[in-house]
Design a protein around this ligand. Structure first.
Ligand code: AMP
Ligand code: FE
Ligand code: FE
Ligand code: ZN
Length: 300
């Protein structure tokens, strides 16, 4: 599968090359729409020579305990994370949470609610498909998804298995893409609420793949609401995007992060570790998380 934006892998590689130690701060497991179990993802990270990875499943923190245990055994640092889908003016805004306490009651309750909304929405999408003569049963989707944050990729896989489309990607093109005939929007919280939820769970809030998310005005407003960083290295961002968002992060003295958004072989924009993010960016996050960095501009 080929995706746009892969040229920027080289820009990111340059950013990390001096340190020689790399991390990947955006990954998905089977607990959302990734293909690998957390322990399998950790083994892959080790094979790729990564020092650390963040587990950032959509609306789910259930993969973290297995990842942490596997990471300790293998010797790869695991950052407990999450990716929250939020409502935005022009599109969804995805907020990454890092160093979250997965046992935070408020966060756990919110994630349970988000997954319930996802399940309702998946049912509504199946009904739409049925209305268009596609005989997909909801049970086939849950058989693919298991007890996870159910999403369009699980419906796409079920459609492919049923033989309704000839590829996983084809299901998005024909039915599931935003504005497609079976698309239904999720019920979502605002990004401001997501930032608060992440902070209350002891985490740092970072806006994911910012070209696909907030308007420039929304981004500045989120920074005003305590956003801790911007994901400036992501396969969907080109080198120009990376420079522009790095400049904004500098202006407001917030963090820059990056990752592959790996979902599994054949389901990803680039391979695990492919954005070559230097360990020093994770170190800055550690410092920020400990409160040992000078306060960002917004707090002055
Ligand atoms: P959802 O959160 O259920 O709306 O699903 C969004 C997820 O579907 C993303 O995180 C991607 O993993 C995947 N996705 C979104 N758009 C596409 C697309 N056009 N082709 C393949 N996968 C996609
Ligand atoms: Fe995804
Ligand atoms: Fe995302
Ligand atoms: Zn993601």
């Amino acid at each position: 599968m080929s995706f746009p934006g892969s040229a920027n892998v080289h820009a990111a590689a340059e950013a990390g090359a001096a340190a020689g130690v790399f991390v990947d701060l955006h990954t998905h497991t089977r607990h959302s729409d990734g293909l690998l179990a957390p322990a399998e993802l950790l083994r892959l990270a080790d094979n790729k020579g990564l020092r650390a990875i963040a587990i950032t499943d959509h609306d789910c923190a259930d993969g973290i305990p297995e990842a942490v245990a596997a990471g300790q055994e293998i010797g790869v640092e695991v950052i407990p994370g999450v990716e929250l889908s939020c409502s935005g003016a022009k599109s969804e805004i995805h907020i990454l949470g890092y160093f979250i306490d997965p046992n935070s009651e408020a966060l756990a309750a919110a994630l349970t609610q988000f997954r319930a909304w996802r399940r309702q929405r998946a049912r509504a999408m199946v009904e739409r498909l049925n209305g268009q003569g596609v005989p997909l049963e909801f049970e086939r989707v849950t058989a693919v998804a298991g007890d996870t944050a159910i999403g369009r990729p699980h419906i796409a896989q079920a459609l492919f298995e049923l033989g309704v489309v000839d590829s996983f990607q084809g299901a998005f093109t024909k039915y599931l893409k935003r504005g497609g005939p079976a698309f239904v929007a999720k019920q979502m919280i605002t990004p401001e609420a997501a930032i608060e939820l992440i902070h209350d769970a002891g985490g740092l809030a970072v806006v994911a793949h910012p070209t696909y998310g907030p308007t420039p005005g929304e981004l500045r407003s989120l920074i005003g609401h305590g956003l801790d960083g911007i994901e400036v290295w992501h396969p969907l961002l080109d080198a120009e995007d990376t420079s522009a968002f790095t400049e904004i992060a500098r202006e407001y003295r917030i963090l820059t992060t990056g990752g592959s958004d790996f979902h599994g072989a054949g389901r990803s924009h680039c391979e695990l570790g492919g954005m070559h993010v230097a360990y020093e960016y994770l170190e800055r996050m550690h410092e920020h998380s400990n409160g040992s960095l000078s306060p960002p501009l917004r707090e002055r």
